[in-house]
Design a protein around this ligand. Structure first.
Ligand SMILES: [Zn+2]
Ligand SMILES: [Zn+2]
Length: 146
């Protein structure tokens, strides 16, 4: 939300300083139509907003933004839940064992055939992946020949 300092912040529509007793609306940052960007991240009098001819365009763009923000947030939550429940302790332990073997004995990349010790962990959560330093390709550690 736009930061409002009562007695200092101006209404973005009439330019008057917002007073404590006056009803106001605040908007956070969002992608508004080009001619309305000067009202983004501002506050305005409810009375000025009610008389503003562009209020429908502005509020519609704001609602779209809020909805996108919500769906993004819920998608992040779902993804987070999924990654938590997907971690299989057996696979994780096997991955650690495979990584230790690679570091100790080296492994042959199935893509380029280079035998190396320095495979970097690309993803340590299942499905685990390592990065071949020679060809920069992503490989499942279980496809490496040790
Ligand atoms: Zn105003
Ligand atoms: Zn390779």
């Amino acid at each position: 939300m736009a930061l409002v300092v009562i007695g200092e912040t101006c209404c973005s529509l009439c330019g008057e300083i917002l007073q404590e007793h006056e009803a106001r609306r605040s908007y956070s940052m969002f992608a508004a139509p080009a001619d309305l960007v000067s009202h983004v991240d501002t506050s305005m009098h409810v009375s000025c907003h009610a008389a503003w001819p562009r209020r429908f365009d502005f509020d519609r763009a704001y609602e779209v933004h809020q909805r996108e923000l919500e769906s993004w947030a819920s998608e992040q939550r779902t993804r987070h839940e999924a990654s938590r429940t997907r971690v299989d302790p057996v696979v994780a332990r096997d991955h650690a064992a495979v990584m230790a073997t690679i570091r100790e004995r080296g492994a042959t990349c199935p893509h380029c055939g280079v035998h190396a010790h320095d495979y970097r962990e690309f993803s340590s959560t299942p499905p685990t992946k390592v990065l071949c330093d020679a060809c920069k390709r992503v490989v499942s550690p279980f496809d490496l020949k040790t």
